[in-house]
Design a protein around this ligand. Structure first.
Ligand code: SAH
Length: 354
């Protein structure tokens, strides 16, 4: 294991077979050195800083039917909601008052939020929250849509690849196309977005070889942001009775992702905090450097149920920030509320700035 880890750090390179071998060894052997290397690597680019993003989950309607997700359209028991344009802007404004300068707007794939509506929302947030970064995470859309929203002022886009294995991807995403997901990621990057991708750990049928493919895909794509979380079964989905992913397995993937993409911004996900009260802190000790407190109104929080027993369901935005700040500071990190751009990012002149 030592030799493979050295090779990974020194040459930033391992092939799939070597990665599988390393993953096997990490299942039983000590992970201390891996986590230490991951933390050292993060420090090179971002020192002890942990960036906060305010997460606004603005619609739980979804046209897709992903087998693992509680928001899938076939889940007729899911309670659906949509925030109005005014409500979304109020959420952002409240976050802005609390000091946030980075917002993530996430939803199911909800056609109600057309290009025109989302442009109004992005423009409105830019006007009311000057200097804040806006990240969209609204699934697969057309190139024209992505371009129009970028021009309206969206800076970043999150679209996890979910799993790099084509057969596994196809089995979990009825009616969707692996190639289209990859094409969306390519287009987003070419437009100039800071792009985030990532995957779930512990999906039914997922092997170490699949996980090695996930890591190699990250290395190939070199995304600006990487979101990795454990799969958590939701009882109202076809995978409800399956075993979920574990915090320990996810920590290994986070640390390896950090070594393969040293300058990525990597959130310690809510899913980690859901499985383990200290899950997000552990993720920071495995190389993560972003935390995303939820800003959505309390009355809708429970309804954005990708999985069950999600944390932070009862905390007002202000309280949520206090709680997370305390946790991050207690782990020895420095909280940063600025835009928190990727370290390679240079502000580019854009149409709307004239
Ligand atoms: N519709 C958007 C946002 C999806 S929800 C999109 O397509 O990008 C955000 C992420 O939650 C997903 O990308 C998926 O990786 C994760 N997720 C969904 N269901 C989950 C579950 N049951 N357990 C863990 N993570 C889940």
């Amino acid at each position: 294991m030592e030799a493979l880890l050295d090779q990974l750090v020194e040459r930033n390179e391992l092939d799939q077979e070597e990665l599988v071998c390393l993953l096997q060894q990490l299942k039983t052997g000590s992970r201390d050195r891996l986590f230490h290397l991951a933390v050292q690597t993060r420090k090179l680019h971002y020192s002890e800083t942990v960036y906060l993003r305010g997460l606004i989950e603005f619609s739980s309607f979804c046209r897709q039917d992903c087998l693992y997700c509680g928001l899938r359209r076939s889940n007729t028991e899911a309670e659906r909601y949509r925030l109005t344009e005014a409500e979304i802007m109020e959420c952002a404004e409240e976050g802005y008052r609390l000091g946030y300068r980075s917002f993530v707007l996430q939803s199911g794939e909800d056609a109600y939020y057309t290009e025109a509506r989302l442009i109004r929302i992005v423009t409105g947030i830019r006007r009311r929250c000057p200097g804040a970064a806006i990240t969209l995470s609204v699934g697969e859309r057309s190139e024209g849509f992505y371009r129009a929203l970028f021009e309206a002022g969206a800076d970043r886009y999150l679209l996890r690849h979910e799993t790099a294995s084509r057969p596994l991807y196809q089995s979990l995403h009825p009616g969707m196309s692996y190639d289209n997901r990859m094409e969306c990621l390519r287009v987003l990057k070419s437009i100039g977005y800071q792009v985030g991708t990532g995957f779930m750990v512990g999906l039914p049928g997922q092997t170490l070889s699949h996980l090695a493919e996930d890591l190699l895909l990250l290395k190939k794509l070199q995304p600006h942001m990487i979101g990795i979380g454990p799969f958590i079964p939701h009882s109202r989905t076809p995978l409800g009775e399956m075993q979920g992913g574990t915090v320990d397995d996810t920590l290994v993937m986070l640390a390896l992702a950090r070594l393969l993409v040293p300058d990525a911004l990597m959130p310690a996900t809510t899913a980690m905090g859901t499985l383990d009260p200290l899950g997000r802190e552990k993720a920071l000790q495995a190389g993560c450097n972003v935390v995303m407190p939820i800003l959505s109104p309390l009355r809708v929080r429970r309804k954005y149920a990708l999985y069950e027993n999600k944390i932070c369901m009862g905390d007002e935005a202000a309280l949520c920030r206090d709680c997370i700040e305390m946790r991050i500071a207690a782990s020895g990190y420095r909280i940063e509320l600025s835009r928190g751009d990727h370290c390679s990012y240079k502000e580019r002149p854009r149409k709307y700035q004239s």
